[in-house]
Design a protein around this ligand. Structure first.
Ligand SMILES: NC(=O)c1ccc[n+]([C@@H]2O[C@H](COP(=O)([O-])OP(=O)(O)OC[C@H]3O[C@@H](n4cnc5c(N)ncnc54)[C@H](OP(=O)(O)O)[C@@H]3O)[C@@H](O)[C@H]2O)c1
Length: 313
């Protein structure tokens, strides 16, 4: 079985390369064809989603059975002034990949975001809740969803949220760095979501692929579609920051224990408007695949332990 991971150098892509290795031969594609940390056995390939021919050439040459697309334009604020590029990567490239997969019978794993919702809800969004993205990033990701769903390809689309890993650029690593530098951290307390580790998303992906492979064709149709793959529970960015600082302090990793001050979204203006409430109802995935999605605090504990063991904090 040939598995292509696009965006293999990103937070999730790197974890997918390691997690999917026992399902088949993994090819790790990045823009530059560079080796991926943590996936020493992966074959390497080059694919730039902003240049459609580069992806289609790779697909034609490799003919993967499974395409896991972890590549995305994820700079939420930059997308506001760079919407054409975000659209090319998050929408058009997804449409091209899906059309290729439909022609060749491959399975597409694709990832989307809580930012397809407006954030005005008061209870977790189910998969079929009306979408209404507030910004350019969310609009481009939503169009990618639409193009994939209408392509005729076999697909599993996972919306996730507040993604972090022991590597890459993310809120957790930023808070740990700032906690080492400052006596006070000011963090937004009126945006609510569920921090989700890449380990959880990658494990869920492996379980879903295995179930799809084991299913009969008519059962596959039932499994395919959109799922919310997020940790359970909810918190604010402020709550997440407090938990990160407390965990680092109790592991003896902080020289000082900074105060984490709650602020409002209005105190911290950004080019892109973010949803105030973006908790996703994750029960459909748990029921369909019999895979529990635990509370967000479990993922945090695991990542903090990993960072401590590898002496990265
Ligand atoms: N991060 C979050 O909080 C979050 C929340 C909800 C959903 N998601 C979704 O989850 C998925 C994984 O996100 P992530 O957190 O792993 O993002 P990430 O760390 O930013 O990784 C994205 C990867 O895509 C690559 N990429 C960007 N433009 C590309 C292009 N033109 N051609 C090829 N590769 C390109 C990047 O490569 P370079 O390193 O070379 O730029 C990077 O390796 C994405 O679909 C994202 O939309 C993320």
């Amino acid at each position: 079985m040939k598995i292509l991971v696009l965006g293999a150098g990103g937070q999730l892509g790197r974890q997918l390369c390691a997690e999917l290795a026992d399902l088949g031969e993994v090819t790790a594609a990045t823009r530059e064809g560079r080796p991926v940390d943590g996936a020493p056995d992966a074959c390497l390939a080059t694919a730039d989603l902003a240049a459609p021919d580069s992806v289609l050439d790779l697909l034609d040459q490799m003919r993967p059975d499974i395409i896991a697309n972890a590549a995305a334009y994820t700079a939420v604020d930059a997308a506001e002034s760079d919407e054409a590029v975000a659209w090319a990567i998050n929408a058009q490239a997804v449409g091209d990949i899906a059309a290729w997969a439909a022609r060749h019978g491959s399975l597409v794993l694709h990832y989307s975001t809580d930012y397809v919702f407006d954030g005005n809800a008061r209870e977790p969004y189910p998969e079929d809740a009306p979408t209404s993205p507030a910004g350019a990033y969310g609009r481009s990701k939503l169009e990618g969803e639409v193009l994939l769903a209408s392509s005729g390809a076999h697909y599993l689309l996972f919306r996730t949220a507040w993604v972090y890993a022991p590597w890459g650029k993310n809120f957790l690593l930023t808070m740990l760095r700032l906690a080492g530098e400052r006596d006070e951290l000011r963090v937004v307390a009126d945006q609510i979501g569920a921090p989700t580790s890449v380990a959880l998303i990658a494990q869920a992906t492996r379980v879903a692929i295995a179930a799809w492979l084991a299913a009969l064709p008519r059962e596959r149709q039932v499994l395919e579609g959109t799922y919310h793959v997020v940790a359970s529970g909810q918190t604010s960015w402020h709550g997440f920051a407090q938990a990160i600082v407390d965990a680092a302090a109790s592991a003896g990793q902080l020289a000082r224990h900074p105060v984490v001050m709650p602020i409002t979204t209005l105190d911290f203006p950004t080019p892109a408007r973010r949803p105030a409430y973006s908790v996703l109802d994750n029960r459909k995935f748990q029921h369909a695949f019999g895979f529990p999605l635990p509370d967000w605090t479990e993922g945090l504990t695991q990542v903090m332990n990993e960072l401590c063991e590898t002496k990265h904090i």
